[in-house]
Design a binder for this molecule. Structure first.
Ligand SMILES: [Zn+2]
Length: 233
């Protein structure tokens, strides 16, 4: 999972001055404005319990505690799996730096794997990223409160149903409705995967979710994933 996102540069106030956060929690509203109410790792749709995530844990690197460039948004499951270990950023793929949609594949069983035929070094980073955030957890190897896998499987079913609805009633109204359903359900990558042969729906998913990195998709080739400028995939 992992919608590639763009946070934009460091936020500025209305006088054009760079905003300095006195507490990291104060960045939460701005992050949600930029990225939507979704976990940056597992794509779960959340409101109240979505927290400011430090890519480099603040306990490891206190100088990055208030640094916008070090922020994402995360759910409690991703956050607690990732924990407080030091992060060597180059070992992993990041939704605000790489085309993380291209690096993973999703199954109808709600599982996440590295995408097929990645070069070996990239495959390792994809695998390490999945372990770092616990996206490989299932009810067999995680606690009951971690419902990410189940949610993904349910969302897959919902997306398949929506696709059938669209087949029988292919209207603008239905396309808008499905886009709204996807936004409310979260798990953007699953909607993108189930509707991958429908470039119009793919474009709607890209454009409707705040902060999706458009450069990760080739508009001239049916919005197929494209390497991210400056990223490693
Ligand atoms: Zn998450």
């Amino acid at each position: 999972m992992m919608r590639p996102v763009k946070k934009g540069g460091r936020p500025k106030d209305k006088n054009g001055k760079e905003v300095r956060f006195t507490k990291y929690a104060k960045a939460r509203g701005l992050l949600i404005e930029c990225l939507g109410e979704y976990c940056s790792y597992c794509e779960m749709h959340l409101d109240a319990s979505l927290a400011v995530e430090h890519v480099q844990p603040k306990s490891v690197n206190p100088s990055k505690e208030l640094d916008w460039d070090n922020f994402l948004l995360a759910c409690t499951n991703c956050n607690s799996t990732k924990g407080n270990k030091e992060i060597i950023e180059g070992r992993y793929l990041w939704p605000d730096k790489d085309n993380t949609f291209a690096a993973f594949k999703y199954t109808d069983e709600g599982l996440v794997f590295p995408a097929d035929s990645l070069p070996e070094a990239l495959e390792r980073k994809a695998r390490d990223t999945i372990s770092l955030t616990g996206l490989n957890k299932t009810p067999l190897n995680s606690k009951a409160s971690d419902r990410r896998w189940l949610n993904r499987r349910e969302t897959w079913g919902m997306a398949e149903e929506s696709k059938k609805d669209l087949c029988t009633n292919n209207t603008e109204q239905m396309r808008k409705q499905i886009t709204r359903t996807a936004m409310a359900s979260g798990y953007w990558s699953i909607w993108m995967t189930v509707f991958q042969d429908d470039p119009d729906m793919v474009r709607r998913f890209i454009d409707s979710h705040p902060g999706t990195c458009r450069e990760c998709f080739d508009e001239s080739d049916n919005f197929k994933p494209a390497p991210r400028p400056g990223g490693i995939c």
